[in-house]
Design a protein around this ligand. Structure first.
Ligand code: NI
Length: 175
């Protein structure tokens, strides 16, 4: 396994859209394993392929307390959304920034596993938030897109300054 480089806002490659995965092979499993290792090391609770500059439609998530319950979703789609709540989110591509985002509280998801088998399940709480956040990444969207331009400019300057200093602020629970 390998630690992958996580792109940071405002890298334009974070705006790329992921492509549907049609080949379920060893290379896809390697990407998932590398993404999980990268996410755990960061540390974070979710990571999307676009964040590591890979075009395949894949997200990895682990919201368990002991970080021992990894979930790999290939070609995920949200079938249903219910309820609404606002929660502070962070992102491994926007280190050190936490802002409230409105998301659905309960969702129904369809995806494929790494063997290409279709799975369907319901998710709520943090897992539902995390899945919605990661799916946005696959569409080239970031959680800070909903903030005002002024606020986004401030975040951009802060990250560019930290990047020049070579030491981005450590993230808390980042998705
Ligand atoms: Ni993120």
């Amino acid at each position: 396994m390998a630690i992958l480089n996580i792109l940071h806002f405002p890298d334009p490659r974070l705006r790329n859209k992921a492509q549907v995965v049609k080949t379920f092979d060893a290379d896809l499993r390697k990407l998932a394993a590398d993404m999980l290792e990268t996410m755990y090391q960061a540390p974070g609770i979710g990571l999307a392929s676009i964040q590591v500059n890979d075009p395949r439609r894949l997200v990895v998530i682990d919201v368990s307390e002991n970080h021992d319950d990894p979930l790999c979703l290939v070609n995920p789609v949200i079938l249903e959304k219910h309820g609404e709540h606002k929660m502070d989110e962070g992102c491994l591509s926007v280190p050190g920034v936490f802002e409230p985002v409105v998301r659905a509280t309960d969702i129904k998801v369809r995806a494929q596993n790494l063997d290409g088998e279709t799975i369907e399940f319901a998710a709520d709480d943090l897992l539902a938030v995390c899945i919605q956040h990661e799916l946005d990444h696959l569409e080239g969207k970031l959680f800070i897109d909903n903030l005002s331009n002024l606020k986004r400019q401030r975040i951009r300057k802060k990250l560019e300054k930290e990047s020049r200093q070579g030491q981005p602020e450590a993230a808390g629970q980042a998705l």
